[in-house]
Design a protein around this ligand. Structure first.
Ligand code: AMP
Length: 528
């Protein structure tokens, strides 16, 4: 016997329709690429998305055609998200920080038909034009884009179709080999938006003013353009103006209550605020993820600025949210110190995602906060295959192997100790590079640090620190190593420190240990 409830597919167009009808006057504010401020409302955005849907039809975009963007966070990008998705095509958000060769590869692989781009990327677009064979139209997101919309009526009925239809294509950064595409569906996108908005996830509401620092080309700004429409939150977009000064000004002038981004961008903001002795007037929460949030950053936000940190973990293959560190009732009794320690973990799973850790033979490991193994996940917003089946079947017994090594404690909080490719094996035991990096960056003179394993004749591998000093600060090798004493087991003590001017990063702002290991390939322990 089937349930007798209406058979309504979950479609992304419903989000913008809802935001228009129930939060029509709520603002979407964008700092433009040119540096001016643009303001309009969900109602205006919905109207322009309908005009754009008509324009896409004129450009010959049909169901499931791929429409790419090379764009910063802004109102036009937001309209493209909804126009493309709502009309049944697929939006492909390209990360402009990828190497040009990778962009060529993914543009051709996705067979993009139209490319919308911010004018800051014009030089890149000039190079791409001869390479991307499938592209019929290149549209700069300036007056030309506006004229394209203005020529169209806003009379457009969002079509209804199967909720499992593809809506958005995001490629992984592809540290080894070519990037692979994660293809989300309308259904997965809506369920992910519901789950991420919950109080124990990232806690979004119509009372919030949300500024996604995380780019709309990095896993859909972690789904915020969808989740904000779902709850009717005011949105603030920063374009490419992500330096400390620009961000702080926008946070203050638009009364931002919540933001989200990777640790590197917060580092810039916190340094600027400290230097200028500034405060936040309205900011209450920041979501920090994409790579491990150093405890020193959690403390700075919470203790110095009174801003709550939500440490989150996820990945492109998971739309992206998997876990967030939020407290349970019992933690109310815990000391501030204990609570902060819990926040160093990546958190509890969102309902909908199932997870486990397994050993090298695929056997389940205990949830005791000590045993660590490969983290596997499954759920309605986790991929089952990459676009065009690249790389074959990624699943193991129905689970997606994340490539992260984690512990899980009895309350279900995960802690990522490493990417499986980055673990340091010393004397048959594993050393967590993330733990060692967190200690290094807690030192007042260290700006950024990476810990990698180097070959050792007796122990197989030993950890060394590669660190960048803060401008104008001094610290010696021995001082830094002394800073570890009492904080770790003796055998975890790094064997050396190498100071460098800068560390290599990936297109999504993470430390690129692959590149770092290549840069350090001639390094020998004990040689210096
Ligand atoms: P991406 O698909 O580019 O977003 O990368 C996903 C990967 O980033 C994960 O598999 C983790 O290795 C890493 N990651 C994301 N969030 C965190 C976090 N909070 N702590 C540690 N690693 C993280």
């Amino acid at each position: 016997m089937l349930g007798l409830m209406m058979d309504m597919p979950l479609l992304v167009s419903q989000l913008i329709r809802h935001a228009d009808r129930h939060h029509g006057a709520t603002e979407i504010v964008s700092k433009t690429v040119e540096g001016t401020i643009h303001r309009y409302t969900y109602r205006d955005a919905h109207k322009r998305a309908r005009q754009l849907a008509n324009a896409l039809k004129r450009l010959g975009v049909g169901p499931q055609d791929r429409v790419a963007t090379l764009a910063w966070n802004g109102h036009r990008h937001f309209e493209i998200y909804y126009a493309v998705a709502g009309s049944g095509a697929v939006i492909h958000t390209i990360n402009p920080r990828l190497f040009p060769d990778q962009i060529n590869y993914i543009g051709n692989h996705a067979e993009d038909k139209v490319v919308f781009y911010d004018t800051t990327f014009a030089p890149l677009i000039d190079k791409l034009k001869s390479q991307l064979k499938s592209v019929k139209h290149w549209v700069p997101m300036n007056d030309e884009y506006d004229r394209l919309l203005d020529a169209q009526s806003d009379d457009f009925e969002w079509p209804s179709f199967d909720e499992n239809t593809a809506v958005c294509l995001c490629y992984t950064s592809g540290t080894t080999g070519n990037p692979k595409g994660a293809l989300y569906s309308h259904r997965s996108t809506i369920i992910h938006a519901y789950a991420s908005a919950l109080p124990d996830a990232i806690n979004l509401s119509a009372r919030d003013v949300i500024l996604p620092v995380v780019p709309m080309f990095h896993v859909n700004a972690w789904g915020l353009p969808y989740a904000c429409a779902l709850v009717g939150a005011k949105l603030v977009f920063p374009a490419q103006h992500l330096d400390g000064k620009s961000l702080h000004e926008l946070f203050e002038s638009e009364e931002v209550t919540m933001s989200a981004g990777v640790p590197t961008v917060w580092l810039g903001l916190l340094n600027y605020m400290k230097e200028k002795k500034l405060r936040f007037t309205t900011l209450k929460r920041v979501v920090i993820g994409g790579s491990a949030c150093p405890p020193a950053m959690i403390r700075a936000f919470q203790e110095e600025y009174g801003v709550e940190v939500l440490h989150a973990w996820g990945m492109t293959e998971m739309s992206p949210l998997g876990t967030v560190t939020t407290f349970k009732a019992k933690h109310r009794k815990w000391s501030a110190e204990e609570r902060t320690r819990l926040q160093n973990k990546q958190g509890r799973v969102l309902f909908g995602v199932d997870l486990r850790i397994v050993d090298e033979n695929g056997r389940d490991l205990p949830w005791d906060g000590k045993a660590f193994g490969d983290l596997q996940v499954r759920g309605p917003w986790v991929i089952k295959s990459y676009f065009k089946a690249e790389g074959g079947d990624p699943l193991k017994d129905g689970w997606f192997p994340t490539g992260d090594v984690c512990t899980i404690d009895a309350d279900g909080y995960i802690q990522v100790t490493d990417r499986s490719k980055d673990v340091i094996k010393s004397g048959g035991e594993w050393i967590s590079s993330i733990d060692l990096e967190n200690i290094a960056v807690a030192h007042p003179a260290i700006a950024e640090a990476a810990v990698i394993g180097v070959k050792h004749p007796k122990w197989d591998e030993r950890p060394i620190i590669v660190a960048v000093k803060k401008p104008g600060q001094e610290v010696s090798k021995d001082d830094l190593l002394r800073f570890y004493e009492g904080k770790i087991a003796k055998w975890w003590m790094p064997d050396d420190v190498v100071f460098v001017k800068e560390l290599p990063h990936t297109a999504t702002g993470k430390l690129s240990k692959l590149t770092l290991r290549q840069q350090m390939k001639d390094y020998k322990l004990g040689a210096g």
